[in-house]
Design a protein around this ligand. Structure first.
Ligand SMILES: Cc1cc2nc3c(=O)[nH]c(=O)nc-3n(C[C@H](O)[C@H](O)[C@H](O)COP(=O)(O)O)c2cc1C
Length: 207
């Protein structure tokens, strides 16, 4: 069992956290699961409503059932079935916070960062069949299932997906669209190329 590395800064942990999609099925120590859940409990929330409710799943058959209704890029999420535990993050829209989904996401973020600090991998699951999971876990209708987070010990090493540079996402004082990522500067063509360009824009729904 790994103790927290006291010399790691919060930024080290933020950068170290990866979406882990290969787990070794090992059970996680109860103290560590407790610390992960505590990190969620201490999240901020609108009006301090604490609208989150967490369902902790560790039984192998239930994890296997969840894996059947969670997805990664259209494929079933095998890693959910390999996790040591899955925390299903639910939120109560009637708990007094208009930002219940954001609140729940912050709680989840706290949990993934705490897990990283403890040497435990994690992966957010936002693509899932809500009603099927509601039925499996008997989640009351009044709660919304926001996301699942799989936790476990990593097999292999997840690659580091790139991040956009600050220069293309930060705007100083006003929102300047000049360096916007994803916006392709339109080129002016004439003749056949112009017709082709128009056709492509219609096909790909771009103006
Ligand atoms: C709200 C949210 C939903 C996500 N949903 C899924 C998912 O359904 N399946 C999955 O395998 N990964 C999911 N991910 C993980 C992302 O693919 C991952 O965070 C992203 O590719 C960046 O990689 P990194 O987490 O290693 O930095 C989700 C992440 C977030 C924050």
């Amino acid at each position: 069992m790994k103790d927290m590395n006291e010399s790691e800064t919060i930024f080290d942990i933020i950068k170290k956290r990866r979406s882990v999609r290969h787990f070794n099925r090992a059970k996680l120590p109860d103290e560590h699961m407790q610390q992960i859940l505590e990190a969620g409990r201490w999240a901020p929330s609108g009006a301090n409503a604490q609208p989150w409710r967490f369902v902790v799943v560790t039984q192998r058959e239930t994890l296997a059932a969840l894996a059947e209704c969670c997805y990664y890029k259209m494929f079933k999420s095998r890693h959910v079935g390999e996790a040591g535990a899955v925390v299903v993050i639910c939120a109560d829209p009637g708990a007094g916070s208009q930002t219940y989904q954001i609140d729940a996401a912050i709680a989840g973020t706290n949990m993934t960062l705490m897990a990283t600090a403890l040497g435990i991998g994690s992966c957010w699951i936002g693509a899932f069949e809500e009603q099927t999971i509601r039925n499996i876990l008997r989640v009351p209708e009044k709660l919304k299932i926001i996301a699942l987070i799989a936790f476990g010990y990593e097999v292999g090493k997840a690659s580091v997906p790139p991040r956009l540079p600050l220069s293309s996402i930060v705007h100083n004082e006003i929102y300047d669209t000049a360096g916007e990522p994803g916006i392709i500067t339109k080129k002016k063509y004439s003749g056949a190329l112009s017709v082709f360009g128009k056709l492509m824009r219609v096909l790909f729904n771009k103006r």
